[in-house]
Design a protein. Structure first.
Lengths: 482, 482
């Protein structure tokens, strides 16, 4: 990398981090971003087109840590809010509001709520301070030749009257171009003309709309600040993540049909819908505000992207949403993108031949990217409904006890391996499948013993006297059904 | 359409035909094509990046016929060469060359070999003669806003010194934009920013390279002009289609690994490979020429594209390879594209609301497009190996006899329905599946009768005395194995 010219397309969190990695290896780095500098007060915020708040977890933190710049990591972490678990909001049979906290991790590890703009700003400020990095905003990629290593950018800022004769389009050459320009990546589009890329994109039947839950009149958080709040409702859900200004960024997720119904209904219907399915929300977001936000904020789709390869030759590689956009339900989109930066540079550090390094990156990362995209889709079902199932909770309980009290087993929940470890996603899924097979076998054996073995009498005794008998019975029935 | 402005992107056979359909309905049509006018002698031919010869069959012909312009249809048909069947080239056990003709259709219907440039030229000449059509070559689409109905094109012909002040980029507005700009469609790329498009593209493990088989020294066709010639060889094959100048355009298809092996081998290996697998070819393409062509002509990939929807709102629709590129093994790529034009305009004619017409088009056509893409993939296996199997030939024989002698059954081979009818692709596959179930059941019943019934003695007699006993036994074994 030393002395090489690296062009990074996209100055979001993933692109900025990639620029930082390249710069720390001595490359001459140029970053080109379609939008204006988000640090300028007059830049239209990304709000309502990209989600404002993100969950930063181990993989993202590890990618920051691996820059070796502790100060940078600390600056980011200082501006996050710990979320120790999910707070599940439901209404009890008697109609009262109930909140149930489910801790994320038996070892006390937690998610962090972070503002996309704050994280991005910290990274950009750091890039600004580096002599071998230049940032170019309002530069729209118009073309690229990945054999000749040239790319073209249109300068879209035509308001700069101090340079009336500035060229409209510039040509940029490079040794390596890193495309971190999002789900609708222009880099990927041009790369597809060179690489034989298998590419799949699918919109899932789910839209989302953001809401803001303001602080209370006394200026405090309206609900617990250290949780990711979920109102699960079967095929749809409402969630809330805390902000530093003591507001919450909330998101309504649901099938297209649900949105169409709400859009076509009178205003009162929206409020009734919230009161029915998301109990308590209108205590914190006044109905008139709720209606106004639903009308004002866009109703946006969710896309799932898988592709392979992620590179072409030794001249271009794509990262983050450009390579594997996923639905947001595992909170892994940005974390996976930042981890990709770490993995990419570990390959470039270890393998001298860049073509081989990029090929090795593609081989490892496409596999992991496909796994986490599928996990994210699966977690939609978990969040919007499974979290309330007794079987789900019992399984979580058993797995966490095994993790905590028999650490030699190496047992851990899938959630904790995804969110709080740096194990490859594809390895996580192997471990989870193995654990599931073992648990199921043990439970089936228990069920068999109950119904057939000499221990029947003992089991009957346990069932009669245990306070957990309903749980145990329920579990046995579920396992037998499988 | 009358008085509406229709912009067509891409002036290939499908785009040109779409322009013609729109023009005949009174639209003001503007066609924008990235490349130079292929009718100019100095335009680099598409040879070797797109296949030169195509099989024109009923769906393409019907789309031409439905313009109502018989003269145009006749002009095209006059410049085609009928191919009545496949000629299968193999080497017999004794090492001699054998040719076996398999007629395409029991009713005498046939495929037509047509030069892409000739067909395209006829359509363009006709468009030139229409007062409400303008053709714009060397115009590269750079962007589109499908809500505001505007598109931008860069004029890439900078050699025209008579217009030194001509703008570099023009803005074009439209009522409807039709994107027929190929597998790497720019229209589709921009449409994907508006429509929630599910999109899948996959490269299959097969490359292709074109060869020319010259006429004989006496100026005649080297092999039968009225066949599509196939040299099947298991996992790869060589084919040849006749040209009007009495040469053949030939194509080698094979797995990437095979190409890599041949590229890395000494020249003699290529000739030995051909002599082993494609017997007789080097009698017609001299070895030195074969080697030179293999080195000179590119080795190109094959892509399979499925997407949905094919339109956005009432402002844009994509057609042909842009919407469903398929592998060439059913000879349906261009025919399906031309059929799409016919179906599109039948919807626009029948449904006054254009949004509804385009939605109806997408609903019908995505289904058919997916079916024919899968059929084309499946036919690769048929062409390169099944054509030589006895079971395949027996099945074809039975189905064709049923079609010919018991027409009331409505029996027909899948091939004839695809190539010689206008039945929807999705209906064809339903009929084929039904026929396959019936044939299998009948043959199974026959097999059961042989082994268990009182007819056993009779069957044994037939088996002992029939000259087809090996066929019958082979068939029974195959059917039972299924």
């Amino acid at each position: 990398m030393n002395g090489k010219k690296v062009v990074v397309v996209g100055a979001g969190p993933v692109g900025s981090l990639a620029a930082l990695y390249a710069a720390s290896r001595g490359a001459a780095v140029e970053v080109y971003e379609l939008r204006s500098d988000l640090r300028n007060a007059d830049t239209t915020p990304l709000n309502f087109t990209k989600s404002i708040n993100l969950a930063l977890s181990e993989r993202g933190i590890n990618a920051l840590r691996s820059t070796g710049n502790n100060e940078l990591l600390e600056t980011v972490l200082e501006q996050t809010i710990p979320m120790h678990g999910r707070m599940i909001h439901t209404r009890s049979a008697t109609g009262s509001l109930t909140e149930q906290s489910q801790l994320y991790d038996v070892h006390g590890r937690f998610q962090r709520s972070v503002d996309r703009g704050v994280l991005n700003g910290v990274l950009l400020n750091h890039l600004d301070s580096l002599p071998n990095v230049t940032l170019h905003f309002q530069h729209k990629m118009t073309g690229a030749d990945f054999r000749k290593r040239r790319a073209w950018f249109e300068i879209t800022d035509r308001t700069d009257s101090s340079h009336p004769n500035r060229p409209r389009e510039i040509e940029v050459d490079f040794n390596l171009l890193i495309g971190a320009d999002g789900a609708h990546s222009t880099t990927r589009y041009h790369m597809m003309k060179y690489a034989r890329m298998n590419y799949h994109q699918e919109y899932i039947d789910c839209l989302w709309c953001e809401f803001t839950m303001p602080p209370t009149q006394s200026g405090d958080f309206a609900i617990s600040p250290n949780h990711l709040h979920i109102w699960p409702a079967g095929s749809f859900m409402f969630i809330a993540l805390p902000n530093l200004d003591k507001s919450f960024v909330c998101t309504l997720f649901g099938p297209v049909e649900m949105f169409v119904h709400l859009e076509d209904s009178p205003d009162a219907e929206l409020v009734a819908f919230f009161d029915k399915h998301f109990p308590g929300v209108t205590n914190h977001i006044p109905p008139s505000d709720l209606i106004a936000q639903f009308k004002r904020n866009p109703h946006l789709p969710l896309i799932n992207i898988k592709c392979s390869p992620h590179h072409f030759g030794d001249s271009v590689v794509i990262l983050g949403d450009a390579a594997n956009a996923m639905v947001p339900f595992y909170g892994q989109g940005m974390n996976a993108g930042m981890e990709s930066v770490r993995v990419l540079f570990s390959k470039l550090d270890a393998i001298a031949d860049r073509t081989a390094a990029l090929a090795s990156y593609t081989e490892e990362r496409t596999k992991d990217a496909h796994v986490v995209a599928d996990l994210a889709l699966g977690n939609y079902i978990e969040m919007r409904s499974s979290v309330t199932s007794r079987l789900y909770k019992l399984r979580k309980y058993i797995e966490e006890r095994l993790d905590k009290y028999v650490p030699s087993l190496g047992w851990a929940t899938q959630y904790s391996r995804i969110s709080f470890s740096n194990m490859r996603y594809s390895e996580v899924i192997k471990h989870s499948q193995r654990q599931k097979r073992i648990l199921t076998a043990v439970l089936l054996a228990m069920a068999a013993a109950v119904f057939t073995g000499p221990a029947a009498a003992l089991w009957l005794y346990v069932l009669r006297h245990s306070q957990h008998r309903r749980r145990i019975l329920y579990l046995m029935i579920q396992e037998v059904k499988w």
